[in-house]
Design a protein around this ligand. Structure first.
Ligand code: DMJ
Length: 457
């Protein structure tokens, strides 16, 4: 009798376990099916932006979506949008569009031009885009273009300190503008380093690494860096320290250069820098975590502001293993997003007043959502991503593509579709909902413009 009861109990348990397993399996496959539907919507909306670029601005740097007209940064095109968007087209398997962009680039892009270009922007968008394009297609012509571009950018590093000038002329190699910032001096090594590894020419790695190290060497005794620096004297011009635009990706590259190249100096610089951020910039406000500004010498709080650009930091925290802080800061970014249904460029997190009202189609908040989902598999991040995507479509979609907002309170649009909307914002939205096989997250390191770089050496 006892044996019979025990057997029946065993069968019941098995059935219960099976049905729990089946329920979990069912809800997981429903979640995945829902995610695929959002991925399809993202792909359709990306195509809306891309098709209108093709229609009104083909071959130019960017589309002005309200005036339906092309825009070139320097009066002549460096094909910013097609180069920046190429890997997104490939990852989304938009084969015809990718082939057409690829053919345009290898058929007509040339860098022998008498124009001063911004070393940082050209490096992260064009050099990064060409290198990831090369790694995804295997077309050596893309690597040749990258090498030509990298060689033309090299004179930027010819300052007394090795910190790069802001602008360099692609034809003459002349340089100009000596006041730069840590993001622009320290966000070059992933691209220049990859170029060295793929061409076997160490000069690119060496110059960009020196620029990163020279930036780091000038940190204060507290371990903080400032907002602007003279590349000829190496003196700080502005000692305001933060993780926002102008500094942000300097920290990102300390960690990512360790990941991509296994460069121990980068790891050491990261380890020596990150505690100062948590000590002087982090701000516990009630139960919330924010990161504000402080003087790099005294460590005293200067501003309680945070914004769309700072929202990259949860991704970097997650990537470097600090999930608890990443989760808390992401909750703050999402609170900022929900304040007006779309995020402002800058807020005061103590008063929740909007300080700068623009929205430039920035990717950082969705980049962090994607990283957090990847590491935690917590569905709240996909739900968060869907909310952000719905708002993004609601306010930024226009007849001819996607457009920035000049005022996130009134939702007034402005005539601007930056190439990073296609390189980063749509790519991170897509990856958050796409099947895992689309991209092997752990085998790539994204540059700061979302171009996945692969350690093939
Ligand atoms: C991009 O060009 C890069 O992500 C850069 O690091 C910061 N600004 C834009 C996106 O907001």
């Amino acid at each position: 009798m006892i044996a019979k009861n025990r057997a029946r109990f065993g069968v019941t348990c098995l059935l219960a376990a099976f049905s729990l397993f089946a329920t979990q399996g069912c809800s997981r496959s429903r979640e995945e099916a829902d995610a695929r539907r959002v991925a399809d919507r993202v792909r359709t909306e990306f195509l809306h932006a891309w098709n209108n670029y093709e229609r009104y601005a083909w071959g130019h740097d960017a589309l002005r979506p309200l005036s339906k007209a092309p825009h070139d940064w320097y009066g002549q095109s460096l094909q910013m949008t097609p180069v920046d968007a190429l890997d997104t087209l490939i990852l989304m398997k938009l084969d015809a569009e990718a082939d057409k962009a690829h053919a345009l680039i290898v058929g007509s892009l040339s860098f022998d031009r008498d124009i001063y270009v911004k070393n940082f922007e050209i490096t992260i968008r064009l050099l990064g885009g060409l290198l990831s394009g090369y790694q995804l297609t295997g077309d050596k012509r893309l690597l040749d273009l990258a090498e030509d571009l990298g060689t033309r950018l090299l004179p930027a590093f010819n300052s007394p300190t090795g910190l790069p000038y802001v602008y360099v002329n692609l034809h003459s190699g002349q340089v100009r503008d000596s006041v730069s910032n840590p993001a622009e001096t320290g966000t070059l090594l992933l691209e220049f380093g990859t170029l060295s590894k793929l061409t076997g020419k160490p000069v690119f790695y060496d110059k960009a690494k020196q620029a990163l190290v020279e930036t780091y060497k000038r940190r204060s005794q507290l371990g903080l860096v400032g907002s602007s620096i003279n590349v000829e004297t190496g003196q700080w011009i502005d000692k305001d320290s933060h993780i926002s635009g102008g500094i942000d990706s300097y920290y990102e590259y300390l960690w990512k250069c360790w990941l991509l190249f296994g460069d121990k100096d980068c790891l050491e610089m990261w380890n020596a820098s990150i505690p100062a951020i948590h000590k002087y910039l982090a701000d516990e406000t009630g139960s919330e975590l924010w990161y504000g500004h402080a003087d790099m010498i005294t460590g005293l709080r200067t501003e309680t502001t945070y914004g769309a650009l700072d929202a990259f930091f949860p991704a970097l925290l997650a990537l470097s293993g600090d999930i608890p802080r990443a989760r808390r800061l992401q909750a703050s970014s999402f609170k900022m997003w929900n304040l007006h249904g779309i995020e402002p460029e800058v807020i005061d997190y103590k008063t929740m007043q909007v300080i700068v009202k623009t929205y430039h189609l920035r990717p950082e908040i969705i980049e962090s959502t994607y990283y957090l989902y990847h590491y935690t598999k917590d569905q709240q991040y996909r739900q968060m991503g869907e909310t952000i995507f719905n708002d993004f479509v609601k306010y930024c979609r226009t007849e001819a593509g996607y457009t920035a907002l000049s005022d996130i309170v009134t939702k007034q649009q402005r005539d601007e579709m930056e190439s990073f909307a296609l390189a980063e914002t749509f790519k991170y939205f897509y990856l958050l909902f796409a099947p895992p096989g689309i991209l092997e997250f752990d085998k790539v390191v994204f540059n700061t413009e979302a171009h996945p770089l692969r350690r093939t050496w």
